[in-house]
Design a protein around this ligand. Structure first.
Ligand code: SF4
Length: 490
């Protein structure tokens, strides 16, 4: 059952995968319905724009302050966790993190692991790594459990199986869970998953989880969730291993309330999640439950390189709420699998190229309309469109960018083909020569509608969209007629 799922990070790029998603009406319906609902629920949580702005200022300030002293806070976190009895491990790469987790599990002779939700473990492809060494890892978050059964990767960072509807899940359960009759009754489906997972919780040798916030001041791991599976994964088994990126550290316990006020509201439109777990130590003398040993693996995997750049370091403020995805006109049409990356949507478009390099993911920043919706809803004020533009420039003009910034993104300059160079050179020529510009726009206004949908330049547009209708008069004509050209409007 714990087959680990398929893994993104390689294979076809966004532009190659997008037409498949756009031509799948069921997928588009599933996403549209889910995202519209999430947008409405989030909006209902922030009815007062002044309060929203004040809260996000506080959230952004907490994360910015933590990042400004990241090395110092990480050391303080390690010291306080260690004093509390939690063992801390540092991993520079995902391979190192996998090796650390495997070693801890092997030392404990663990054969089965029950997991709470963790995007960092997805980044590590941990389930596959453990399976190769004979250790079964079972996802216990309902959404993650469903996609693990389906052998898929998450399509959303908060709701990993949002791309599936009830009927698809009913078919999947009937096929994959032994003895499960087909039903599309949601309560019965949930009960079936609970039946399987209860047995897993009771018998797992180890539990794993991610971390939402790690508090340096007290050495506390904060984990929020709705299903209780995170609490069971970190309480029932005798061993708990948490994995997290180094950017999740915050300075004080007092920093947590504004973040807790922002994260669930932005993510699912809930005022607060059902469970807020604060893990401060393994089981103490005289306590009846809790793991006997707790480990934390702090993963770098490119984050310290991102941290070196004043502008890109804002990416590390992210609290993984997914509001940017839910509001992105691109993500909501094509869904998460199209990105072929662990982190999809707007945050993925800036994070993936920074972690993996522009050679591997340099097309991701281009998969955006730059409409700014992501920046408007981001609870920690990450200027995503600015960073998309920065990465686009870095992909095509690394030397120009390097004059102002450290060239921190791997493989700069990898993103432009010779045809693209040619098109942009032509575009620049047209735009910098007024006479030529007028001639070309007039020719398009006059002849554009005669151009067949399959003509070379038109084809790329009409592959997934209706053919545009050119107006007979140009914008310049209209502006001149209304007195807007070359002078202030009358
Ligand atoms: S970038 Fe902002 S909106 Fe997007 S997941 Fe991160 S915190 Fe949420």
């Amino acid at each position: 059952m714990a087959d680990g799922g398929t893994h993104p990070d390689h294979g076809p790029r966004f532009a190659e995968r997008a037409p498949e998603a756009l031509n799948n009406p069921q997928l588009r319906r599933n996403f549209r319905r889910a995202m519209d609902g999430l947008m409405a629920k989030r909006a209902a949580q922030f009815p007062d724009p002044a309060y929203w702005q004040e809260l996000r200022e506080r959230g952004a300030a907490v994360k910015a302050r933590a990042l400004s002293k990241l090395p110092e806070l990480l050391e303080r976190l390690e010291a306080n966790l260690t004093a509390n009895g939690i063992q801390v491990h540092w991993a520079e790469t995902t391979d190192e993190a996998n090796a650390i987790v495997l070693d801890i599990l092997q030392q404990a002779s663990a054969r089965t692991v029950i997991k709470g939700k963790s995007m960092v473990s997805e980044e590590m492809h941990l389930n596959d790594h453990l399976a190769r060494h004979g250790i079964e890892a079972v996802e216990s978050d309902l959404g993650e459990y469903i996609i693990q059964l389906a052998g898929e990767a998450p399509s959303h960072i908060v709701m990993p199986c949002i791309h599936k509807n009830k009927d698809e899940i009913a078919d999947l359960f009937a096929e994959k869970i032994p003895g499960q009759p087909r039903t599309d009754d949601v309560d019965e489906l949930t009960a079936a998953a609970r039946r399987v997972l209860r047995e897993r919780f009771a018998n797992a040798d180890a539990g794993m989880s991610g971390v939402n916030f790690a508090v340096a001041e007290t050495g506390t791991l904060v984990l929020i969730e709705n299903e209780g599976n995170g609490r069971l994964s970190t309480t029932l088994p005798p061993l708990h291993i948490a994995v997290t990126g180094i950017e999740k550290v915050v300075e004080f316990l007092d920093d947590i309330p504004p973040l807790l006020a922002l994260l669930p509201r932005s993510a699912t439109g809930q005022p607060i999640t059902t469970y807020v777990n604060m893990i401060s130590s393994p089981r103490k003398e005289g306590e009846k439950d809790g793991p006997k040993a707790v480990h934390l693996v702090l993963l770098d995997a490119g984050r310290s390189r991102v941290y070196q750049d004043v502008e890109l370091a804002d990416t590390l403020r992210c609290i993984r709420c997914a509001a940017c995805m839910n509001h992105c006109p691109v993500y909501t049409r094509v869904g998460g699998h199209t990105y072929n990356a662990i982190y999809p949507g707007p945050i993925g478009k800036i994070l993936t190229p920074q972690l993996q390099g522009l050679e591997a993911a340099g097309d991701q920043p281009h998969a955006s309309t730059l409409c700014n919706a992501c920046a408007e809803v981001c609870p920690v004020k990450i200027p995503i469109p600015d960073l998309l533009v920065r990465l686009r420039r870095e992909a095509v003009r690394p030397t120009e960018v390097a004059a102002n910034h450290l060239p921190v993104v791997k493989d700069g300059g990898a993103g432009r083909s010779w045809t693209e160079n040619l098109v942009w050179a032509g575009w620049r020529t047209v735009y910098t020569h007024p006479l030529l510009y007028r001639a070309v726009t007039r020719a398009l206004a006059w002849g554009g509608n005669w151009m067949p949908a399959g003509a070379p330049l038109m084809r790329d547009w009409t592959k997934a969209r209706a053919k545009p209708r050119f107006k007979p008069r140009t914008l310049h004509d209209l502006a001149r007629e209304r007195g807007y050209l070359g002078e202030a409007p009358k």
